[in-house]
Design a protein around this ligand. Structure first.
Ligand code: FAD
Ligand code: NAD
Length: 398
C-alpha cells in the first residue's frame, strides 16, 4: 500500500466507531483503492460497555479487551499503536507521540472523556470508568480499602463507596459493586453492616429521561442489595477525605467513582473545530461542517433527533455511524453519492448486577432476568459484528 497516488484514510481511535469503520472499509474497498491507517493508543480494542464489571471486580479485565490485530487484516489496514497528540486540519496531518501521519480523509473516533463540570477536586481525587487501565485501578483500589480497614478498624471511610451520578454508567457499576461487596466482606472477614454504598444523583430521579416504572424497579433491586440513593442532590466538591453535597453534608470516603457524564475528546477542540464540550455537530454525512475531508463519529460527534435534541452518546450510535461512514468514505473516493446518516434506536438495556437488568427493546419494557438475557444478546451481537463467531466463542462467556 505504498502507492502515493491512492487516497490516504486515517482513522483515529479503534473504539466502537473506529473499529467498525475500519472493518467495513477492509471488506468493501477494492485492492489498492485506498491506503487505510488505524491509529490507537493501545494494541487492543476495549469493550467499554462491559467495563463496569472489571471495575467492580466481578469479571476479569481481560474479557473486556480484544487484540486489534486479531480483528483487522494487516494486508488491508495499517495499524499504528500510538497516541494522537494534535490534529492539524490545515496541514492535513496528525501529530502522534512517535511521529506523524498525513491524510486525504480523516476519521475522528477518539471517544469521550469524563466531564467533571469544574467541580473542585473531582479530577484529582475521583476515579473514572474509561479504559482497561482505569478499571484495573478501581478494582485494586477497592480491594486495598478492605485490606487497609483490617489494619485500622475505626476507619469506616475505607468501607464507604460513593458513586457520583446515577446515569447508566453509575447504575450499572453500582449493581456490580453491590454484588462484589459481600464477597470482599467474606474474603477479608469484614462485617457487611459496616459497608456503605452511596449513589448520588443531582437530577430529581435516577436515570433521568428513562421509563419511571423501570427506574423504580431498578432502584428497588439496588436498594435491596444495600445501595443508598441520594437523589436530587449534587456533589459540589471532592477531596481526599470524601465528598461534599449541595446541602453541605459531607460523606467521608476514600473511594469516589465519578460517573457524572462525559464530553468529547479534548483534541477535537484543540484542532479548532467548532465544538460543544468536545463534540462536533456533524453534517448529515458525518463530516465536520465546512470540511469534506474530516469525519467525526461516536462520542466526539453530536447528532440531533427530529425534535432537535441531541442523541445520547452510545456504542449503538457509534456502531451505526461507523457503518454509514465507511460507505461515505468510499463514495468520497469514488465520487459517488454519499448517504445521510439516520440513527435507529433499537432500545436500551441497563444491567443491575448478576441476572438483573431493566430495558426497553423495540418499545417493549423488560425487567429482571429477561432484560439481563437481552443485555447478553446485545453484547454477543456486538462481538459477532466485529469478530464473527470465533470472537463470540472466545469472549462471549460473560
Ligand atoms: P470509544 O469506544 O471510547 O473508543 C475510543 C478509542 O480511542 C479507544 O480505543 C481509545 O483508546 C482511543 N483513543 C483515545 N484517545 C486517543 C488518542 N489521543 N490517540 C489514540 N487513540 C486514542 N453504550 C451503549 O450503547 N450500550 C451500553 O450498554 C453501554 N454501556 C456502557 C458502559 C460503560 C461502563 C460505559 C463507560 C459506557 C457505556 N456505553 C454504552 C457508552 C459507549 O461505551 C460509548 O458511547 C462508546 O464507547 C463510544 O464509542 P467511540 O467509538 O466514540 O469511542
Ligand atoms: P450521563 O450523562 O448519562 O449520566 C450522568 C449522571 O450524572 C446524570 O444523571 C447527571 O444528572 C448526574 N450528575 C451530573 N452532575 C452531577 C453532580 N454534580 N452530582 C451528582 N450527580 C450528577 O453519563 P453516563 O451514565 O456516563 O453515560 C454516558 C453515555 O453512555 C450515555 O449516553 C449513556 O446512555 C451511555 N451508556 C449507556 C449504557 C447502556 O445502554 N446500558 C450504559 C452506560 C452508559
Amino acid at each position: 500500500m505504498s502507492d502515493k497516488n491512492i487516497p490516504k484514510i486515517v482513522i483515529l481511535g479503534a473504539g466502537y466507531g473506529g473499529i467498525v469503520t475500519a472493518l467495513r472499509l477492509q471488506k468493501q474497498l477494492n485492492y489498492n483503492e485506498a491506503d487505510v491507517t488505524l491509529v490507537n493508543k493501545h494494541d487492543y480494542h476495549y469493550i467499554t460497555t462491559h467495563l463496569h464489571m472489571p471495575a467492580a471486580g466481578t469479571d476479569d479485565p481481560q474479557n473486556a479487551r480484544v487484540n486489534i490485530l486479531k480483528l483487522i487484516d494487516e494486508f488491508k489496514i495499517d495499524f499504528v499503536k500510538s497516541t494522537a497528540l494534535e490534529i492539524r486540519p490545515a496541514e492535513k496531518k496528525v501529530i502522534l507521540e512517535n511521529g506523524e501521519v498525513s491524510y486525504d480523509y480523516l476519521v475522528i473516533g477518539l471517544g469521550g472523556e469524563p466531564e467533571t463540570f469544574g467541580i473542585p477536586g473531582l479530577k484529582e481525587h475521583a476515579h473514572f470508568i474509561r479504559s482497561i487501565n482505569s478499571v484495573r485501578l478501581i478494582r485494586e483500589h477497592i480491594e486495598y480499602q478492605f485490606a487497609k480497614f483490617k489494619r485500622e478498624p475505626d476507619r469506616t471511610d475505607y468501607l464507604t463507596f460513593v458513586v457520583g451520578g446515577a446515569g447508566f454508567t453509575g447504575i450499572e457499576f453500582i449493581g456490580e459493586l453491590a454484588d462484589r461487596i459481600p464477597k470482599l466482606c467474606k474474603e477479608f472477614d469484614v462485617d457487611p453492616s459496616l459497608v456503605n454504598i452511596y449513589n448520588v444523583e443531582a437530577a430529581p430521579t435516577a436515570l433521568p429521561g428513562f421509563d419511571p416504572e423501570l427506574v423504580q424497579y431498578g432502584m428497588e433491586v439496588l436498594q435491596n442489595k444495600g445501595v443508598t440513593f441520594k437523589i436530587g442532590m449534587a456533589i459540589k466538591e471532592c477531596s481526599p477525605d470524601g465528598i461534599v453535597l449541595a446541602d453541605g453534608e459531607e460523606i467521608k470516603s476514600q473511594t469516589v467513582i465519578w460517573t457524572g457524564g462525559i464530553r468529547g475528546n479534548r483534541l477535537v477542540e484543540e484542532a479548532g473545530f467548532e465544538a460543544m464540550r468536545g463534540r462536533v455537530k456533524v453534517d448529515p454525512y458525518l463530516r465536520v461542517p465546512g470540511r469534506d475531508d474530516v469525519f467525526m463519529i461516536g462520542d466526539c460527534s453530536l447528532v440531533f433527533n427530529p425534535e432537535g435534541r441531541p442523541y445520547p452518546p452510545t456504542a449503538q450510535m457509534a456502531i451505526q455511524q461507523g457503518e454509514t461512514l465507511a460507505h461515505n468514505l468510499i463514495a468520497s473516493i469514488r465520487g459517488t453519492q454519499l448517504k445521510e446518516f439516520t440513527y435507529q434506536s433499537k432500545g436500551t438495556v441497563a444491567s443491575l448486577g448478576k441476572g438483573e437488568a431493566i430495558g426497553i427493546v423495540f418499545q417493549r419494557k423488560l425487567k429482571g432476568s429477561t432484560a439481563a438475557f437481552m443485555k447478553k444478546i446485545i453484547d454477543l451481537r456486538y462481538l459477532y459484528i466485529i469478530g464473527g463467531l470465533p470472537l463470540v466463542f472466545r469472549k462471549g462467556h460473560f
